[in-house]
Design a protein around this ligand. Structure first.
Ligand code: SF4
Length: 325
């Protein structure tokens, strides 16, 4: 029996290169070796974006199309929309009853987001309870492993604490500790050198065409000390070079040479990178088009995923309810 991996994304906008190298590449590997359950977590999107709730619906389908275009295979993985499996909220409600408020208020990610995100009102009951719903998402499928970045470690710890508290209170070993898989992801910053994010408008999207990629790459920050063509550059300090390492690793040695020996200018270097990213994204874009033109197929995949997920979720909820009531 393969181990179960649960992972999810919030449908908050178009997927970009950061999602591809930070999550989807790992998911492609996981689906060969684990039973994978991938969820489009629209309740989580609503918690942070409730003022723009109309966008969530459209983003869900776009996200499913991106996943499928990148190679997430419904024959190997369960792909579904969180809100279509109502057991997520049922289990979250039970967990909410037994989770001490202090555990949530102490959560460093919660505190950081309240501090950093000024553009949205996050002082809500729902947002504080975000990790409770996340614990329900994971434990509903009794996932043994969850791929995460280091910043998500406190959430996994909270999931473990909630599951242990549940088992202790109801004297049943229903849930087991889940393990965090700390994924290796290349560091890919946005085109302006900040964290890549839709809100900073500094990302190359998976659906971008060559002209859009060119526009974004041409504005990328480079080594600030390289002002003239004759100035030798420092590729390791240049964001463009880090993109080469991910999307055209076969060219990165050449880039290192031409930059540090001042043999090519930044515009030419960016032109070559644009072509490399475009070539990288072409098969994904073509697949994307196929799914965009056949949304009935995409909806059918999501519906079949919902049926598979709901069956597992209902079995867990039966056990949970027998223990609690
Ligand atoms: Fe960056 Fe390329 Fe310019 Fe070197 S030549 S500073 S790697 S853009």
């Amino acid at each position: 029996m393969k181990k179960t991996v649960f992972s999810a994304m919030r449908p908050t906008g178009k997927l970009h290169l950061g999602h591809l190298v930070g999550a989807l590449h790992n998911w492609l590997d996981f689906q060969e070796n684990y039973r994978c359950i991938f969820s489009i977590v629209d309740w989580h999107a609503l918690m942070g974006e409730y003022e723009q709730s109309k966008d969530i619906h459209e983003n869900i389908l776009e996200m499913a199309i991106d996943w499928l275009a990148c190679g997430i295979d419904p024959k190997k993985s369960i792909i579904f929309i969180q809100s279509h499996v109502p057991q997520h909220l049922e289990l979250a409600m039970i967990f909410a009853c037994l989770t001490p408020l202090g555990w949530l208020e102490r959560n460093p990610t919660y505190k950081e987001q309240l501090r950093e995100i000024q553009t949205r009102d996050l002082q809500t009951y729902g947002f504080l309870g975000y990790p409770v719903l996340q614990a329900a998402d994971i434990l509903l499928y009794k996932a043994q492993a969850v791929p995460i970045g280091e910043d998500q470690l406190p959430h996994i710890e909270l999931t473990r604490e909630i599951s242990r508290r549940f088992n202790h209170l109801y004297k049943k070993e229903i849930f087991h500790d889940c393990e965090a898989i700390l994924t290796k992801t290349p560091r890919l910053l946005g085109t302006d050198g900040r964290k890549m994010s839709k809100s900073y408008q500094n990302a190359v999207n998976l659906s971008d065409d060559e002209a859009q990629i060119k526009g974004k790459v041409s504005k990328m920050f480079t080594d600030p000390k390289r002002i003239k063509l004759s100035d030798p550059g420092h590729p390791k300090k240049c964001n463009v070079y880090s993109y080469y390492q991910v999307f055209a690793p076969d060219k990165s040695e050449d880039v290192y040479q031409w930059c540090s020996k001042a043999q090519k200018g930044c515009s030419e270097c960016k032109k070559i990178l644009t072509a490399a990213i475009d070539q990288y994204l072409t098969p994904i874009r073509e697949k994307r088009k196929e799914f965009e033109n056949d949304k009935t197929r995409v909806k059918k995949i999501l519906d079949e995923g919902r049926e598979q997920a709901a069956e597992i979720a209902e079995n867990t909820m039966q056990e949970v309810k027998r223990s609690v009531f």
